[in-house]
Write a protein that binds this ligand. Sequence first.
Ligand SMILES: Nc1ncnc2c1ncn2[C@@H]1O[C@H](COP(=O)(O)OP(=O)(O)OP(=O)(O)O)[C@@H](O)[C@H]1O
Ligand SMILES: [Mg+2]
Length: 222
Amino acid sequence: MSCGVISLRNVSKGYSDGNRHQPVIERLDLDIGPGEVVALCGPSGSGKSTLLNLIAGIAAVEAGSLTLRHHGQAFELHKLGEGARTALRRRLIGYVFQFFNLVPTLNVLENVALPLHLNRLDHRLPDARRRLQALGLGERLNAFPENLSGGEQQRAAIARALAHEPAIVLADEPTGNLDGKNSALVAEMLFSEVAKLGCALVIATHNQALASRAHRLVELGG
Ligand SMILES: Nc1ncnc2c1ncn2[C@@H]1O[C@H](COP(=O)(O)OP(=O)(O)OP(=O)(O)O)[C@@H](O)[C@H]1O
Ligand SMILES: [Mg+2]
């Protein structure tokens, strides 16, 4: 019996294109412990984003089991419908999407306040503001996503993913749009915050420097 905060057993997932089925993830076993930092590596198209979407419950596994554990409770995602998976994601997961997914009609501070509000954690807003400041966005709190650079959107997405202090942080190419200096700053911030909060972190990345800081590498598509 595993006590991983994330456990996959024999998980398969693919996509259907007309009458053809393209397998992406096949019979994957993976356990990630509380506070563990795992880097997902592998070439473009190997299934890194697909795997993060399964863990987040955005996509459903085709076969196998996927369990999240939190405070002694086990949540069997493979048995849950979309609504229940969404409710669980809101509570347990912070997700830095590959293409950010900031809400375009909300400014930076409002984007970060949203997961707090949805979880009735509005009292954590001062901590969230502190993170925004640490990420160099202190002067951009009232800006809307369309007026931010790619790197600024990425940093806002990171602040949003951490705001409700989730048990699991999933980050898809979290430094993909940043220059060398900002990339190091953001990586530092992400690693130190997850260590402080004790959350598990799963990062999909092509960046060797970032991957080398993980406790463990998982290679997909090998
Ligand atoms: N919604 C979808 N419908 C059909 N095929 C998809 C869908 N999403 C992903 N795929 C396919 O599944 C495979 C894996 O895609 P995925 O986005 O998981 O790769 P990745 O490892 O994250 O790549 P990258 O490094 O480019 O971000 C690719 O061949 C992709 O074309
Ligand atoms: Mg991807």
